[in-house]
Ligand binder design. Sequence first.
Ligand code: ZN
Length: 319
Amino acid sequence: MKLTFPGLMLITMLCMLSLSVAAADKTPMKAMLLTGQNNHNWQLSSPILKTIIEDTGLFIVDTVEAPPEGGDFSGFSPVFSDYAVVVLDYNGDDWPEKTREDFLTYVQEGGGVVVYHAADNAFPEWPEFNEIIGLGGWGNRTEKHGPYVRWEEGHLVYDMSPGPGGAHGKQHQFVVTHRDTEHPVTRGLPETWLHAQDELYHHLRGPAKNLHVLATAWSDPETGGTGNHEPILFTVSYGKGRMFQTALGHAGNEAPPPAMQCAGFIVTLQRGTEWAATGEVTQEVPVDFPTETQVQLRPKFKKDSSAAQTEAVKEDSTQ
Ligand code: ZN
């Protein structure tokens, strides 16, 4: 075939177009990590969350620190709409009215939200926030905020019994069970896996509208739990927006926190963050995802060190 000059031009242009499409695919999305107040050690957890989310290669994370407790919030006005997803590691003072409105507009118009651990304690008196997070705890939450939700015999039970929302027993390792194995966040992952030592939140309650539970954990009365299968990973749709919540990942004074090193916590958070941002998950299932009997830690929160560690463990087991 003889190529004419216009033909060559066309091929060149098509090549450039496909290259630019490939490059566009790899442009990281912007994620906002909102922190600055928490009853937990946010100074410890927030850099770890940034490491975990950036380790996907999908996001650049900007950390936004709210003013300290009792501080001046008059200038606190993050531009949520600049971001594909907002990750909340915040449990503290109320935001100004305009900031709240901006946040609601952002979610209604399709913004992604990730609620991490005690961020579900925030804003008990903000009804729309409670709708977005689906379930929350503490902050004097009661039956007025919505039902307790638990998993029983293959479906969710909404329990309007009176009582406080949010508690946990003693920290321990526990098995997480996926209740939807076809959702983008959980698809391809082991259905059950052993989580590293953590708090197991129970008796969360909230509006639970458009709530979809991805995973539960059995709350053992012997460690101070309820004897129920408690929601641990779940989503809510709000307007055009998507919320992913992980109740896991307690960060206290122990550094590095075991719960945040767990590959199961890390990978479900990474996948949940991508899903909240785009509605899809493109991440591969890692080799070091925990099994039902074996906790897997990533001491530096990144997949490289853990992959090496997993291989080392495998070599050991063959000797
Ligand atoms: Zn905690």
